[in-house]
Ligand binder design. Structure first.
Ligand SMILES: Cc1ncc(C[n+]2csc(CCOP(=O)(O)OP(=O)(O)O)c2C)c(N)n1
Ligand SMILES: [Mg+2]
Length: 348
C-alpha cells in the first residue's frame, strides 16, 4: 500500500509560520530573479539571439524551494541532480548565475555549461553534481538509477533527485525508475519528481493519463510514499520537499512527488512563448505575504527593480563576449582536439 502523507492543510496551522521570514524573502527574491531571467531569455529568442528557448516560468514556486533544500556539493556525500529543461529556478537557488544562462542563450564561448553549443537551460555543473541536462525527455529517470546505486553503496545521506514532466511520465524511463528504485533487494534513495503542467507540448494531460494523479503510481509498490501537491505554492512545496527528503535520507528508499504547476509561456519558442492566462505563482505568493504583513508592496517592487537590473547588467556584458571559433567544435569531445588528417581520412 502506498503511504499517503498527511497534508498540512489537515493540521490547522498556518504553513507560512513554519518558515522563517528570511527564508520566505529569500524564496520570493529568487523566484522573481528566475522569472525575469526567463523573460529576458524569451525576449532574446524572439530577437534572434540564440536558436531556441525552453524554460521554467510558472514552476518557480516549486523549483526555487527545491534548489534551496539540496545538499549541494561534489561527489557521493552530496545530492545528485538529474534535471530537465525547466529547472532554472533550481539552479539559481543553488547559486547559479543569471549571466551564465544568458551566455548559453546567446551561444557565446563563455557559456560555462556547453561553450555555446547546447540549448538554453541545459545545465551541466560537475561541482554541484548537476548532470548534463538532455533535450531528450525523460532519459534522466534512467540515469538517476546509476547515481542512486552508487550512493546506496557509498553510505551517508546523499540522495538522487530527478525531475521531469507529466507527458514524459508516460514513457518507459519513468517506469524503469519506479521499478528499479523499489527493488526489494536494493531500494534506492531517489526523490522522483514529476512536474505536472497538464501538457506535453500540445497534448492535454487528461487525454493521456488514466491514472488521475501521477503520484498514484506509488501505490503499485509496497510502502512507497506518493504525494501530489500544489506546486504553485512555494510554502506547500518547501514543506513537502523537505518532508520527502527527510524520509529518503533516513530510509534510503524512493519517494514519488507530483507538483501541479502552471506553464506560463507555453511549451517553448517553437510554440511562440507568449504569456498565457494561468495562475501566476509569484502574484499568488505576494498576495499571501502582503496579507500576512510579511512584505509590503513597496518592498516587493524594490526587489523586482533590483532583479531587473541584475538581468540588464548581465545581458549588456554578454553582448560584448565572443562566439566560439568554428574550430572549437573539435575541443572538449572524445578526441585529442583537432585532427589535421580528418579530411584525408574521408571526412569533409
Ligand atoms: C524522447 C523524446 N521524445 C519526444 C521529444 C519531443 N518533446 C520535447 S518536449 C516534449 C513534451 C514533454 O512534456 P512533459 O514531459 O509534460 O514536460 P513539459 O515540457 O510539459 O515540462 C516532447 C514530446 C523529446 N524531446 N524526446
Ligand atoms: Mg508537461
Amino acid at each position: 500500500m502506498a503511504t499517503k502523507v498527511k497534508s498540512f492543510r489537515q493540521t490547522g496551522k498556518d504553513p507560512y509560520e513554519s518558515l522563517s521570514p528570511e527564508t520566505l524573502k529569500k524564496i520570493h527574491r529568487t523566484m522573481v530573479l528566475d522569472r525575469l531571467l526567463e523573460e529576458r531569455l524569451i525576449k532574446m529568442s524572439k530577437g534572434g539571439e540564440g536558436f531556441f528557448w525552453i524554460g521554467g516560468p510558472g514552476e518557480e514556486a516549486f523549483s526555487v524551494p527545491l534548489g534551496f533544500l539540496v545538499k549541494k556539493g561534489q561527489g557521493l556525500d552530496h545530492d545528485y541532480l538529474h534535471l530537465h529543461y525547466r529547472s532554472s529556478g533550481i539552479a539559481l537557488a543553488m547559486g547559479a548565475q543569471v549571466i551564465d544562462s544568458i551566455r548559453q542563450m546567446r551561444t557565446v564561448m563563455t557559456d560555462p555549461y556547453s561553450r555555446g553549443r547546447n540549448f538554453v537551460n541545459h545545465y551541466a555543473i560537475p561541482e554541484w553534481n548537476i548532470m548534463p541536462v538532455s533535450p531528450t525527455i525523460e532519459t534522466q529517470y534512467s540515469t538517476c538509477i546509476g547515481s542512486a546505486i552508487a550512493q546506496k553503496r557509498h553510505g551517508g545521506d546523499g540522495i538522487s533527485i530527478v525531475n521531469g514532466g507529466d507527458a514524459g511520465s508516460a514513457e518507459g524511463d519513468f517506469h524503469s525508475c519506479l521499478v528499479w528504485s523499489n527493488r526489494p533487494a536494493n531500494p534506492l534513495p531517489i526523490l522522483i519528481i514529476v512536474v505536472n503542467n497538464r501538457f506535453g507540448i500540445s497534448t492535454p494531460f487528461e487525454q493521456q493519463h488514466g491514472e488521475g494523479d501521477i503520484s498514484n503510481w506509488a501505490k503499485a509498490f509496497e510502502g512507497m510514499p506518493g504525494k501530489t501537491i500544489n506546486g504553485n505554492d512555494p510554502v506547500e512545496s518547501y514543506l513537502a520537499i523537505e518532508e520527502a527528503m527527510r524520509y529518503i535520507r533516513k530510509e534510503r528508499k524512493p519517494y514519488l512527488l507530483e507538483a501541479r504547476c502552471s506553464r506560463l509561456h507555453g511549451h517553448s519558442s517553437s510554440s511562440g512563448a507568449n504569456r498565457v492566462d494561468e495562475p501566476d505563482c509569484i502574484s499568488l505568493f505576494e498576495d499571501n505575504l502582503f496579507q500576512r504583513k510579511m512584505m509590503t508592496p513597496e518592498e516587493a517592487k524594490k526587489i523586482w527593480t533590483e532583479c531587473r537590473e541584475i538581468c540588464d547588467t548581465a545581458y549588456s556584458q554578454v553582448k560584448t563576449e565572443p562566439y566560439p571559433d568554428p574550430e572549437d567544435i573539435w575541443n572538449g569531445v572524445f578526441t585529442e582536439g583537432i585532427d589535421d588528417d580528418y579530411p584525408k581520412k574521408g571526412g569533409s
